[in-house]
Design a protein around this ligand. Structure first.
Ligand code: F6P
Length: 360
């Protein structure tokens, strides 16, 4: 009987999940292990127990397919994170059930592919006795322990493409175009896409803004004969002294849904400058589609390293990118620490040097 490992994908999806699954299954197979995938995140480990055997031969097709063939969930009985920095203890009977099902399938270890929330759940499962290895994903790139999460580069590519498109229509109509991007409580997508897509104003949570400054930039451009302006707004951006804008009340055991700041910014710019302003909310387009080549390579490296960590029995660890290496860090030290854009760091300084305004 061949040894078996398990894998699950948890939290919001992002491009590259299938690429990690493929790498894990292929590398495990080379070591003589089979892989089973739990369905819909941790939910598949509970009752009813839901999983599928991942066939080595099916894996090649997954290299560039977005989403996750295993399904995922960012709510449910296993939710360990409820808000900005808040976390829950998962009920003991739920951990017992997951552990019993893990044993029932005779698994050697479990690979959890997820963001801060899923990795917090993974840590609790590890403390409960399940040998776990974590792989960090999120388009937000907001995990402190890793320089890069996979999915981020693909989301930035999507936002950059959107800015390229918005630029031509903004220029044709002499308009201000506001692009709202995701990123939760950090501005990594906004600042990175803002630089690569030639944004004129970038608003991020780490640097609260005021409208005088934002509108002054629009006016400066007018004076320079540039009659259009591109504004990139992170969903977590906020006006100085104001709170985050949310798109709905938080459901029980779930994080607040950010969103709507783009419309607020567009309305205020139009009111103050008299310039016709439109808003585009990029939303889940950033989470769909094929991973970029950078993400495909990162996912493959992460998947391979995860299998290696199982072979070395370094349970409770998560793979992390510390260029040029992929290293292992303790999940307990990796979760709960938000990696924010340093307001005086190189990215922001580079943008400012180019004349980009942060609205402060
Ligand atoms: O964490 C990834 C993310 O896409 C955030 O950028 C965004 O705030 C959130 O998930 C959206 O979640 P949902 O898909 O539940 O609306």
């Amino acid at each position: 009987m061949r040894e078996r490992i398990g894998i699950l994908t948890g939290g919001g999806d992002c491009p590259g999940l299938n690429t990690v699954i493929r790498a894990v299954v292929k590398c495990a197979s080379k070591r003589g292990w089979d892989t089973v995938g739990f369905l819909d995140g941790f939910e598949g480990m509970l009752e009813p127990l839901r999983y599928r055997q991942l066939d080595y031969k099916e894996m090649d097709a997954l290299l560039f397919v977005g989403g996750t063939v295993l399904g995922t969930s960012n709510k449910g009985r296993f939710a360990a994170k409820t808000g900005h920095g808040e976390s829950n203890r998962i009920p003991r009977e739920i951990l017992d059930l997951a552990e019993a099902n893990f044993q029932k399938l005779g698994l050697r270890a479990l690979v959890v592919v997820g963001g801060d929330g899923s990795l917090s759940s993974a840590q609790q499962l590890f403390e409960h006795g399940v040998p776990v290895i974590g792989v960090p994903k999120t388009i937000d790139n907001d995990l402190e322990a890793t320089v890069m999460t996979f999915g981020f580069d693909s989301a930035v590519a999507c936002a950059t493409d959107a800015l390229d498109r918005l630029r031509t229509t903004a220029e044709s109509h002499d308009r201000v175009m506001v692009l709202e991007v995701m990123g939760r409580y950090t501005g990594w997508i906004a600042v990175t896409a803002g630089i690569s897509g030639g944004g004129d104003v970038i608003l991020i949570p780490e640097i609260p803004f005021n409208f005088e400054s934002v509108c002054a930039k629009v006016a400066d451009r007018e004076r320079e004969g540039k009659h259009f302006t591109l504004v990139v707004v992170a969903e977590g951006a906020r006006e100085q002294g104001k709170d985050y804008v949310t798109s709905g009340s938080a459901e029980k055991n779930r994080e607040a849904r950010l969103g709507g700041i783009g419309a607020v910014v567009a309305a205020e710019i139009q009111k103050r400058t008299g310039k016709e302003t439109r808003v585009c909310v990029l939303g889940h387009l950033q989470r769909g589609g094929a991973p970029t080549s950078f993400d495909r390579v990162l996912c493959t490296r992460f998947g391979e390293r995860a299998v290696q960590l199982i072979a070395e029995e370094r349970y409770g660890c998560m793979v992390a990118s510390r260029p040029p290496d992929t290293v292992a860090v303790k999940i307990s030290e990796a979760v709960g620490h938000l990696r924010a854009v340093p307001p005086h760091g190189e990215m922001v300084q580079t943008a400012r040097a180019l004349g980009i305004s942060f609205g402060d």
